[in-house]
Design a protein around this ligand. Structure first.
Ligand code: AMP
Ligand code: MG
Length: 332
């Protein structure tokens, strides 16, 4: 199969609509990362997504809809705080988990009685979802466990020849996946941290929890149980510039090609060691992280991540992705 990479136009949207109706998978731009979408009403189309990615069968997908789609067609009621959160953050990088009406394919939620829905804000995503005019089940458009894609090129690297169309909307400005929020309880609870932070949610909803799976319990967000976001090269995790330099020197002496991934403030402490600069703020680091992980895996035999100093706000999401990519102690 040839994979076409097309910008947003009447013609490309027409093709995308046709492919979705035929049960094919189409990759599309969002403000977080690229998604790999298929008709959420079709068992066969949804199963194709799992097969293409090599995604475990118990890791549910998010149903994406355009901004005017009537959510009550898919979800079975919502608490008052959820309506306030929708008004405040949608369209945007917030996925909300609701009781499901069971209208979409059972494979979307992997047998759970809830449904995760998201209204992305990127104009390219909105144009695609309006053209499709049905809920599009979509995970990130990367092979399972690999780093999420933030450019059309990244999608092509993982799925070239396997899907008919990538809708190219440019680089993803957000850079890490959406915040996943459980809206089935009295208080909203974050299942996956992202660009809409706990602080932002609590300011609107009055309160916001962060779900931590208990030992032996089936996690509420099954995706978080899997190793994720991993570069193809070996990785190491360092708590300081000094520790990173030590690991770097060992690899260098063994004739490997080490590369350090760190925030800007660490670079002067590396005395010229080769490094990839994540930037200064949480937003900047989120935007750059996945492109740099993909650059790192191409250039290095060993990629060394350095723990950033700042931990609050968007950095909670960045830290979560870094620890999982670098095999730190956060794996759940
Ligand atoms: P991805 O699409 O690859 O960003 O992954 C989607 C994330 O949303 C995974 O972490 C899933 O576990 C989570 N998710 C999707 N549907 C549900 C649901 N019904 N309940 C809880 N988490 C969900
Ligand atoms: Mg993913």
């Amino acid at each position: 199969m040839t994979t076409e990479v097309l910008g947003i136009s009447e013609e490309s949207l027409c093709k995308a609509k046709k492919y979705i109706e035929e049960g094919e998978a189409v990759a599309f731009h969002t403000e977080t990362v690229y998604g790999l979408g298929a008709n959420a009403f079709s068992d066969e189309a949804v199963r194709k997504i799992f097969a293409l990615k090599g995604r475990p069968a118990d890791n549910p997908l998010i149903a994406h809809v355009h901004a005017d789609y009537d959510l009550s067609r898919l979800i079975d009621g919502e608490p008052p705080y959820a309506a306030a959160l929708r008004a405040a953050f949608l369209p945007g990088p917030l996925t909300m988990v609701y009781p499901s009406k069971g209208k979409v394919s059972k494979y979307v939620s992997c047998g759970l009685d809830t449904l995760a829905v998201r209204v992305p804000s990127s104009p390219a995503a909105q144009a695609f979802l309006r053209a499709a005019d049905l809920p599009v089940a979509a995970p990130s458009a990367n092979l399972s466990k690999h780093v999420s894609p933030v450019t059309a090129r990244h999608v092509l690297d993982d799925f070239g020849g396997k899907i008919p169309l990538i809708l190219d909307g440019g680089n993803c400005s957000g850079g890490i996946e959406s915040t996943v929020l459980d809206c089935t309880g009295e208080v909203p609870q974050i299942l996956r941290e992202g660009l809409v932070t706990r602080e932002m949610i609590a300011a609107v909803a009055g309160d916001c929890g962060v779900y931590v799976p208990q030992e032996g319990e089936r996690p509420k967000s099954p995706g978080m149980a899997y190793k994720h976001y991993s570069p193809c090269c070996r990785t190491a995790w360092a708590k300081s510039a000094e520790e990173a330099l030590q690991i770097y020197k060992n690899e260098d002496m063994g004739c490997g090609k080490p590369l350090i991934l760190c925030e800007s403030g660490v670079i002067p402490k590396l005395f010229g060691a080769r490094a990839l600069d994540l930037g200064d703020t949480g937003e900047e680091m989120a935007r750059r992280l996945y492109a740099l992980l993909r650059e790192g895996e191409r250039k290095a035999t060993l990629l060394i991540g350095v723990e950033p100093k700042e931990k609050g706000g968007v950095m909670a999401g960045v830290m979560n992705r870094m620890l999982r990519a670098f095999g730190g102690d956060h794996e759940t």
